[in-house]
Every structure is written in C-alpha cells, then in structure tokens.
Design a protein. Structure first.
Length: 670
C-alpha cells in the first residue's frame, strides 16, 4: 500500500538516522541496541500508519546507521584520555601553538598540540597560561615549556574541564618556569597562509579604529581574541553570539563577491571550480573552526551542484555536512561553536522561508523591493535566534528574552559590517581607501556594537537559568510544529531565501546611508583645539595622553593586550604619537608599546637606561632634571635619583614627571 508521508530524499533519511543515533548516545546514553529497538518500532509504526517517508529498506538502513552513530559516540566517550592527561608534576614539553597567543592585560594564553614530553614522543592538548611578553607566541610556532602539568582546575558553576575537552585540551600549565620558541612547527604552505591572515588583520586594523576593527576581524576571519570583554558580554546577553562565529554567511558573501569578479575573465563554470579549489585555503586562514569547515563543505556541495546544473535545497547540504563532520569526529556533537553555527543555519534555511511567506501573506506585500528585503531579514533573524536559543541557554545558563528582537535589529547591521570588514581586509593597505574606511566605513560596525550594547541594557536582558533537557527538546518540537504549520498555510511562493538578494539589497542600502551620515558627520564636526591630558582606560596599568597644538605624547603604554590602542582610537586622529615616555619596564606600563607600534606611527621612545635595556628598545635615555616638550606643555623628570640601586621595587625606580603649562601643574607618578 502506498505511503502518504512526506517525501524526503533517501540520503537525507540516512543522514538523519545517523545524527539521531548520535544524539541518543549523547543525551540518553544506554546501550546502542536500545536505539536499534526504538528505531525499528518507529519504522514499523510509520509503515502501518502509511506515513513512512521511504521504503522499508531505506528505513532499515537508517535504523542501522542510528545504531552505528550511538555506538560511535559510546566508543568516543569511553576512549582513554591523551597521554598528557596522566603527566602530573614538573615536565618539559614541546608542542605547536594552535593559534596566536591570546593576551588579556598582562596574561597570555597559549594552546599547544604536544609532540614531546621530557624528550619522549607523546600527544595531547595543553593550555599554557603565562605572563605576556612583547614577542607573543604565533600560530604554528614550535614552543618548549617547562612547568607544572596539572589537570584543568574546577571552577564553581562552570565545567571548565569539559569545555577544554571539547577543544582537545587535556591538561594545563600555569605560569611555567620557562617558555621559549624553538622553531616553526607548520609546513611552509601553512606558514604562508598564516602570514596572509596576519596581513588581512593588519589591513583591517590600519583602516578601522577600535573596537570596530576588533569586530571586523572577528566576523570576517574569526579573530575573537581581539574582542573586548564587554563586547563579548553584550553579545551573550543579547543572544547574538552566533553572528560573530565565522559561518556560512561569511563563505556565501565571499563567494558572492569573488564569483562575479572571476566571471569577468573566466567562464562561469571555471570560475566556480577555481573558487572551489580556494575554499581549503580560506578554511586554514580563518583557523579551521567547526563552523567554517561546515560552511565550506556546504559551499563545496552547492558549487559542485551548480556546475552540474542541479538545484539542491540548502538544508540538504547542511545535513550532509553535519553528518560527515560528526561521523569523522564525534566530539563535534557537543562542540558549542559547531552547534551554534549549525542550528542558526538550520533556522535560516528551514524555519525562515515559511515564516517569511506567512508574514508577506499577512501584510499583503509582494516580497519585492526594500519591504520584501526587510521581511526576509526579519524572518532569517527570527529563525536563527529561535533555533540557537536552547543551545545558548544550555551553554551560558541564561535565558535571553530579547534575543529574537536583538537578532532582527542587528541582522542588517551585521551584513553591512561584514561588507566593511571585507573592504578593509582587501584595501586597508592603500592609504586613500583606508582613510575613507576609517572615516565612513566605521559607521556600520560601530552601529552594530552600539545596537548590541543598547539591547543588552534592556530590562531583564538575561533572565532565569539553565533549562532541563526536556525543555530544550520541547522547544525544538514547538519550533518544528510551528514551521510545519506555516508551511502548510503558506499562500504565496516567493524567491528562495537562500539567494540572499533582498537581504543583500537592504544591507547595501543601510551601508550607503551609514557612509553618507558618517562622511557628513565627519565634515561638520569641529576639530578639537584645546589642550588635553587624558588618563586612558587600559585596565591594569597606566597610559596618559598629553595633546597640545597638534602634538601628542604618551606616558606609558599600558599592558601587552593592546588596550592602549583601543583607548587611543577613540581620541587620536591621525594615528601618530610623537613621543612615548616609559616610566618603568613593568608589563602593565611598557607592554603595550609593541601593539602601539603596529597600529600607530610612533616617533621617539624615551625612558631610563634600565627600562630601555630591559625592554630592548632603541630609544633615548632620560634622567632626573631632563625636560620633554609637547606643544604648550613641558614635562620635567623629578625622579628617581641618579643612584637608585638601593631601591628594590621597580615602581620605586619609576620616572616621576611634572607637567606644566602656564599656571597649570600636574604630577604624573607611575
């Protein structure tokens, strides 16, 4: 008897079976044969009710794959930890840095793929926490560390060890005795891509001020370490974290920009194949995080289908990519970034189209022009936020009532910010383009940041706590039911959401408006001509800006995390500091000189002979009685005394400066 159930491609049913079996292993546990039994009962019931979506043979194969997925997860969960997890006490280890050291204040964090311990080959991931240095560890460098190897510490209210396990980290070393770079651990081709990534970041930082450049680097190539903590907190509070995860939208926009350019010189099919070959390089450049790999697999499938002249729904490629990744590495089933990216994409591809059609039908709009683009944006944002909500609650243990509204508001701003990020990455090296982006392009990412900040301050922006597992499951069932109902009630067919044309049109419209407003705002804003002495907010440390008659002097540069750059970008234009005076060599006062020089044109650097020698800086030595002039201000060195060897504390040996201008006098102590 013929089935009346919905048609689902056989390969999709098999993929769903494998993922469902893996999910059963993660959430329910128990033996794999229990999944087989439940699967057989469900298949039999669907056949009897004539609602089966496929033939009995396909259903049996899906049950078998579900059992395999459950068993594979069990094998993964029961696997012995890597050897480094058993190494307790003082050891000398070598490993390759996975990414650039993450610096916060005066502290640096380095994740290593260990290759040897005490001269013997071994493997595993280790997180090293150490004091930041001017020469931070770079991705791909071979690093030797000697220190105390420990299991990850317990943190109240947070499974830190479990979080590190999802990142392949089995042990930690805090403040080791020695950290040194002994060579390069990556092959030449990967080092070349690392350098390309570094140049992309440098172009963005050259063109955009902070914190706009940090956001642009985050959404374009996944440079999350640069995001200020307060921005990350606002993203979590508004449920918009998934927007800063490099995902399918980045890949889609990249392909959407490059494909028309390549077709100017190549036939469309060859241009598509060339882009297909470039996808692995893009994955390596942005770091190879699970969302990027998932997006690249989807893009590869869609590109191949396009070359072959076949149209396959986007949700099928999402399903195939997720199945392949979970099959190869079961840990992806609990990887937060992968789950956020996959569920957000599912919301856009599955939930958004019927929601869009229902809204257009209810408003009696035709789906064309700006109004249609607005509805598509609202539907995509609502679909994505509805699907990621249970994941965010499970991970961050916070319920965000305003998440749907927040996603709807910031979605078009995100599109514009991503476009600006791509332009800055490509053109930031060219001074005229960089200046235009600095004046006008900053409007889009700053509007995104301001909107997220304002939404995070709404009443009850974060409410409640963690949900039980059944609540998250019930939420997904509800979202699926509403989606099915809307699809059944849809009255009008509209262009496929996956094309993204309307959303792109709206993004371009908003971007154009932002450029016009920013340019006129910059032209009409009067220049600040008053003298200033500003104590910059750099967290732990010190940085004082003195500005007079167009000249600038900086007393100390703050910690190595570049906080001084973020503070200066809101106060100094153009990017030039005429003189830097370092009061002493401590990291929270002198550590920010390296990132400052990367982003700003720095004239002379002054300090005591001891400070310049300790920091290995080619600068001018100053001592008690010396004077430094900046515009109308004169800074006189009052201390320390010439013979300061008896002063044990570095702070006691710091420069003490008296700033004077007319009758105004300010004492600057370190």
């Amino acid at each position: 008897m013929k089935s009346t159930g919905p048609f689902i491609p056989p390969l999709a049913i098999l993929a769903i079976g494998y993922l469902a079996g893996t999910a059963a292993g993660v959430f329910l546990g128990g033996p794999w044969w229990l999944t087989s039994l439940v699967g057989l009962l469900l298949a039999a019931a669907s056949m009897v009710a004539r609602t089966a979506p496929a033939s009995p043979a396909i259903l049996l194969a899906a049950v078998a794959l579900a059992s395999a997925g459950h068993a594979r997860w069990q094998e993964h969960a029961a696997a012995a930890p890597p050897p480094v997890a058993a190494m307790q006490g003082i050891h000398s280890i070598e490993g390759t840095s996975r990414e650039d050291a993450s610096v916060r204040g005066t502290v640096a964090r380095i994740d290593l793929d260990v290759t040897a311990a005490d001269g013997q080959q071994t493997w595993g991931g280790v997180r090293v926490t150490t004091l930041a240095t001017p020469d931070s560890i770079r991705a791909g460098q071979q690093v030797r560390v000697r220190g105390k190897v420990e299991l990850p510490p317990d943190i109240e209210g947070f499974d830190y060890a479990g979080y590190l396990r999802t990142r392949g980290i089995a042990a930690t070393i805090s403040y080791p005795q020695r950290v040194e770079v002994v060579g390069e651990g990556w092959p030449a081709w990967r080092l070349a891509l690392r350098e390309l990534r570094r140049r992309v970041v440098a172009n963005i930082e050259r063109a955009l001020p902070e914190p706009a450049s940090a956001l642009a680097s985050g959404i374009l190539i996944g440079q999350h370490a640069a995001l200020p903590p307060e921005v990350a907190a606002d993203l979590r509070a508004t449920g918009t974290t998934h927007l800063v995860v490099v995902s399918g939208q980045n890949v889609a926009i990249t392909l959407g920009v490059l494909l028309p350019l390549l077709t100017l010189a190549l036939p469309r099919r060859r241009a598509s194949l060339l882009l297909l070959l470039s996808l692995p390089a893009y994955v390596v450049i942005v770091g190879g995080d699970p969302p990027v790999v998932r997006a690249a697999l989807m893009a590869a499938g869609i590109t191949i289908a396009g070359v072959l002249g076949r149209r396959t729904p986007g949700w099928l490629w999402l399903l195939f990519a997720a199945t392949l990744m979970v099959g190869l590495d079961p840990s992806k089933a609990t990887d937060v970034s992968f789950l956020l990216s996959a569920t957000a994409t599912a919301g856009v591809l599955v939930v958004a189209p019927p929601l869009r059609d229902a809204l257009l039908a209810g408003l009696r709009w035709d789906g064309e022009g700006v109004r249609g683009a607005l509805i598509e944006t609202v539907a995509a944002a609502a679909g994505a936020s509805a699907c990621v909500l249970p994941i965010q609650v499970a991970v961050f243990e916070r319920f965000t009532p305003w998440s749907v509204l927040a996603n709807v508001v910031v979605a078009p701003l995100y599109e514009a910010a991503l476009l600006v990020a791509a332009l800055a990455a490509a053109l930031g090296w060219w001074a005229p383009a960089g200046e235009v982006l600095r004046v006008a392009g900053r409007a889009a990412p700053e509007a995104f940041l301001n909107a997220v900040h304002a939404l995070a301050r709404l009443p009850a922006a974060q409410a409640g706590g963690a949900w039980p597992q059944w609540a998250g499951l019930l939420w997904f069932v509800g979202v699926g039911s509403v989606t099915a109902l809307l699809a059944r009630l849809g009255r009008h067919a509209t262009p496929a959401l996956a094309s993204g044309g309307g959303t792109g049109h709206l993004g371009r419209t908003i971007m154009l408006a932002a450029v016009v407003i920013a340019v006129w705002g910059a032209a009409l804003t009067p220049r600040q001509a008053l003298d200033e002495i500003v104590v910059l907010d750099v967290g732990q440390g010190l940085a004082v800006l003195v500005r007079s008659q167009g000249a600038t002097l900086l007393v100390d540069a703050g910690p190595p995390d570049g906080a001084v750059v973020r503070a200066l970008d809101t106060a100094v234009t153009p990017r030039r500091i005429d003189t830097v005076v370092l009061t002493h060599a401590d990291a929270d006062h002198a550590g920010g000189l390296a990132p400052l020089r990367e982003r700003y044109e720095v004239g002379s650097v002054l300090g005591t002979e001891e400070t310049l020698r300790t920091r290995k800086i080619d600068g001018g030595a100053i001592d008690i009685g010396d004077r430094v002039t900046v515009g109308n201000w004169r800074l006189t060195v009052l201390g320390p005394p010439h013979d300061n060897a008896r002063l044990e504390s570095e702070n006691d040996r710091s420069l003490v400066l008296l700033a004077e201008s007319g009758t105004r006098r300010i004492l600057l102590t370190a």
